[in-house]
Each structure stands twice: as structure tokens, then as C-alpha cells.
Design a protein around this ligand. Structure first.
Ligand code: AMP
Ligand code: MG
Length: 348
């Protein structure tokens, strides 16, 4: 299949809308990451998403809408959901609600709930409005790769597998949406993202955090969100996170890098902008300013992809405090590192 990469124009969006209505796959920009879309009520089309991504069939998809009336055929909406939609839609919040029968099982991986979101990216909204269909769309990467935050990332992963990629520039947030479940007794964050726990609690009161956000699942523990089971967001090299006092972390990164190179590895560090100069001999990858977790979120996945392009096999990274957007950063970075963490003081 020939994959077209087109800038977002009225013509390309009309083509994309037509392809989606015909049951084809189209990748498109959102404010979180690029999505790989298919008509959500067309089971055959949705199966195509799993095939193109190599995604395990037990990992359900998020259904994207542009108008709340589309939810009527998809899920049971409750008061808490409406308050969240009023506060955060359109935007990077996915809400899990009891599903309706019209949603194909392949979308929900046979769960009795469905994930719904209204994105805020103008190109995503224009496309959803042009086709006027609910669109199931996971991140547009091959399964196990970092999510794409630029059209070129999608092309690198999906060339030959899908018909069309709409280019809308770099994703703003850079991490996938916050996922909150309203299907249990108490609202629970299954995946942290740009909409933080504090922002949610300001609107609906106390919310729980799923246990496995900053650690691997324990043996026998059931993932509340199936996506959390998988080794996600991974570069090909081995990532180790270095925590501790700032100057010790910088020194530890330098020593670990020198040691790894001495052992013959292609080694590099992921560090804050403030430390790039001090680590200039350690192949530094700038992940953004240390007090700006949103900037780190925005750059993280593109950085992980660069590491693969450069065939790095050993990577040492700084960390951000796991608060606010930092919690979402550490959830993704932790999983990229399989939660391998070392305290700098132990190295020095
Ligand atoms: P992605 O679209 O690639 O960002 O992945 C969607 C995320 O939402 C995955 O982590 C899924 O496991 C999660 N998800 C989707 N639907 C549900 C659902 N019904 N219940 C729990 N988690 C869900
Ligand atoms: Mg994904």
C-alpha cells in the first residue's frame, strides 16, 4: 500500500473523511500524540488498526468524537462525566464509561466499558466533523514504540501499512491523554496525562490513582487499564533512571556514561537543558528545563525515538518529581526504563 503524507488542507481532510467512511485507516494529529483512526462502528476497519500497529487484541481503543450527541449511541453518560466534559473537553482527557451494544467488541476488547474523548486539536476536530463518525484511534505508532508526536514518526512506523497521514505539525502535549474511569465505585485515574489529578479533583472531588502508575504490575495483579500491562514506550536500548541530589546526579551520569563507553557500548545521557554543557562529552540529549515538566512531556517521545535512530544501547536519564504533569512524565519514562532506577549516591 502506498502511504500518502499530506499537509492538513480542506482537500486532504475531505479525502481523509472519505477514506474513514470507506473503512480505511487514516493517521491524524491531536494535541496529545498522533492517532491512527478508523470508523469506530465498523469492526472490520477497527481490526485494521490492530493489524497495522501489531497491537494485542486485548488492549482497547479510545473513541474520538467532535460533538457530545455522538455519545448517545456509544456509552451511558452520568453526572460526573458531564462535569468532567464541561471542564476539560475538548482536551486531553479520556473518560471510561459503561458501553452500549452498538460499539463493536473489537473496540473495547470485550470489556463492558468504552473509552471516549473529544480532542482539542483543530485538525482532529475538523476531520471528526468532516466525517461525522465516531473514530476509534490509538496512538499511531507500531506497538511497543514511543507514541508519535510528529507526522514523520508516524511515517517511519506506518509507511506501507495505512493509506494516509495528515500532517498537523508537532503535538503540543506530547504524552497520551489522561485516562479516568467512571465505571467503578470511585473515579480512578488509570493513566496520568496533561490533565492532572489536582485538576480533576478540583472539579469532581477525590479521585484514586491506579496502583501501577509508577511501578510494574505485581505478579497476579490485574491491570485496570489493559494498556498498562505492556512494555510500552520503549526505545531499543536499555534505559536507567538516575535519581538523587542534582549535582550528584550530574556526576553519576558522567561516570556511568564513561564506564558504559569503556565497556564498548553506544551510550548517552538524557538530561535537563541546564546540564547539557556539564555533560557535553556524554552525548547529551536535552529533555527540557528542569522546572518545566510540560516541556519534558513535549520532548520525551521524540527523544526516545532519536535514541533508536542513533542506535544507542545504553541510556542514562535524569528524572522529574512525580507530581502534576511530572507524574505522567515519570509513568512513561519509568516504563521506557522498565522502572530500573538507581540513586546517584550509590554510584559516587
Ligand atoms: P492509546 O490509544 O494507544 O493511547 O491507548 C489507549 C489506552 O486506554 C490504553 O492504555 C487502554 O488500555 C486504555 N483503555 C481504552 N479503553 C479502555 C477501557 N474500556 N477500560 C480501561 N482502559 C481502557
Ligand atoms: Mg498507545
Amino acid at each position: 500500500m502506498n502511504t500518502q503524507l499530506l499537509p492538513a488542507t480542506d482537500e486532504s481532510l475531505a479525502l481523509a473523511a472519505r477514506l474513514l467512511a470507506e473503512g480505511q485507516l487514516v493517521a491524524f494529529p491531536t494535541e496529545t500524540v498522533y492517532g491512527l483512526g478508523a470508523h469506530a462502528l465498523d469492526a472490520e476497519a477497527v481490526r485494521g488498526i490492530f493489524a497495522a500497529k501489531g497491537r494485542p487484541a486485548d488492549n482497547p481503543l479510545i473513541v474520538h468524537i467532535h460533538d457530545r450527541s455522538q455519545l448517545n449511541g456509544i456509552c451511558e453518560v452520568n453526572d460526573t462525566a458531564i462535569r468532567l466534559m464541561d471542564a476539560f473537553w475538548p482536551g486531553p482527557l479520556t473518560i471510561i464509561l459503561p458501553r452500549k451494544a452498538a460499539v463493536p467488541d473489537v473496540v473495547t476488547a470485550n470489556l463492558d466499558t468504552v473509552a471516549v474523548r473529544m480532542p482539542s486539536h483543530p485538525v482532529a476536530m475538523a476531520l471528526l466533523a468532516a466525517c461525522n463518525l465516531p473514530i476509534a484511534a490509538p496512538s499511531a505508532n507500531r506497538s511497543g514504540k514511543p507514541s508519535p508526536t510528529a507526522a514523520q514518526h508516524v511515517f517511519d512506523d506506518m509507511d506501507g501499512r495505512i493509506r494516509l497521514i495528515i500532517d498537523g505539525g508537532e503535538s503540543d502535549v506530547g504524552l497520551e491523554s489522561t485516562v479516568i474511569s467512571l465505571a467503578g465505585e470511585k473515579p480512578c485515574i488509570l493513566r496520568p496525562g496533561g490533565v492532572t489529578k489536582a485538576m480533576l479533583e478540583a472539579v469532581i472531588g477525590e479521585v484514586d490513582l491506579a496502583g501501577s502508575i509508577l511501578r510494574p504490575l505485581e505478579k497476579g495483579e490485574k491491570a485496570l487499564s489493559p494498556g498498562m500491562m505492556y512494555r510500552h514506550y520503549s526505545p531499543d536500548g536499555q534505559v536507567t533512571l538516575i535519581e538523587g541530589e542534582e549535582s550528584q546526579v550530574v556526576e553519576a551520569l558522567r561516570r556511568l556514561h564513561t564506564h558504559a563507553e569503556g565497556e564498548g557500548h553506544r551510550a548517552c545521557v538524557m538530561c535537563f537543558t541546564e546540564h547539557v554543557e556539564a555533560l557535553k562529552d556524554c552525548h547529551p540529549h536535552d529533555i527540557g528545563h528542569k522546572d518545566d515538566p510540560s516541556e519534558v512531556a513535549h520532548r520525551l517521545f521524540a527523544t526516545l525515538r532519536e535514541l533508536d535512530d542513533e542506535k544507542m544501547d545504553v541510556i542514562f536519564s535524569e528524572v522529574v518529581p512525580p507530581e502534576g504533569v511530572g507524574l505522567a512524565v515519570m509513568n512513561r519514562l519509568g516504563r521506557a526504563a522498565a522502572f530500573r532506577t538507581v540513586n546517584a549516591a550509590e554510584i559516587l
